[in-house]
Design a binder for this molecule. Structure first.
Ligand SMILES: [Zn+2]
Length: 259
């Protein structure tokens, strides 16, 4: 099993993921452009069996039907995506397991917030979780918006209960490449964050077409404002006093919407 992260080079900066199995079968997550996926799979001698959609937004599903036509593959997603996700053949629920190969598997996380039909996928090898595909729930140094069919309170709950609790070594595979902008937002709220400053200098010379820059959950705890809700510096830059974590999260999301 091998994970390929593909930067789609469109205005929205989507990432696609191909999970290639040793037997030549492949799964794809959130296909942006079917032709690009078909070309990639052809070059790698892979056949697509399954599309996984993290959620129903068009930029995560628009490749579905053309790929189904080409490969007669399955389309799996959240049950709330019924009627919204083109070609949906099977719904997935929390804790369900998708077997890959060589002891690798995906475990389904039900992660409402960005939308109410959002899944994320833990990648587990043996008994160790090695990565998480996060769609538009968690980005490198940021989180998803909630104004496209989501709810900020649910996103707060998802991030704090399902992501902040993950082990530090787990690699984050998000649905979009927004790292530089997100780091600037972190530093606007927390100028003294030297880890974020270091990441920003790394990112400034980074080309996502030719390079891969991955963060882990441990990195996110350092550079993602939405994981740092108890920091006094963030409160004072938000001009908030005596607030709870949900209130800080909500205010941050509001500010980031207009960033
Ligand atoms: Zn989305």
């Amino acid at each position: 099993m091998k994970v390929h992260q593909i930067f789609t080079d469109n205005e929205l900066r989507n990432f696609n993921y191909v999970i290639a199995l040793d037997n030549g079968q492949a799964l794809v997550i959130d296909p942006w452009d079917a032709k690009d996926i078909i070309k990639f799979l052809g070059e790698q001698n892979l056949t697509l069996t399954t599309i996984l959609n993290t959620h129903e937004h068009w930029d995560h599903t628009q490749g579905n039907l053309e790929l189904v036509e080409h490969y007669q593959c399955e389309v799996w997603a959240h049950e709330n995506g019924r009627g919204k996700i083109p070609g949906l053949t099977r719904t997935l629920s929390k804790d369900e397991i998708i077997e890959l190969d060589n002891n690798a598997k995906l475990q389904i996380l039900d992660t409402p917030g960005h939308t109410l039909a959002h899944l994320c996928f833990l990648l587990i090898e043996g008994d160790k979780t090695i990565a998480v595909f996060t769609g538009d729930t968690l980005f490198n140094a940021g989180v998803g918006r909630c104004d496209g069919g989501g709810e900020v309170t649910r996103l707060y709950k998802t991030i704090s209960e399902q992501f902040a609790t993950l082990d530090d070594h787990i690699v984050v595979y998000p649905g979009h490449e927004y790292l530089e902008n997100n780091l600037n937002f972190t530093l606007r709220l927390e100028p003294s964050n030297s880890v974020a400053q270091d990441w920003l200098s790394k990112v400034e010379s980074f080309n996502p077409l030719t390079q891969s820059l991955l963060t882990t959950i441990g990195d996110e705890k350092e550079i993602n404002t939405f994981f740092r809700l108890d920091k006094e510096e963030i409160h004072s830059n938000l001009e908030l006093t005596n607030v709870n974590n949900l209130e800080v999260f909500t205010e941050l999301r509001k500010k980031r919407d207009h960033w």
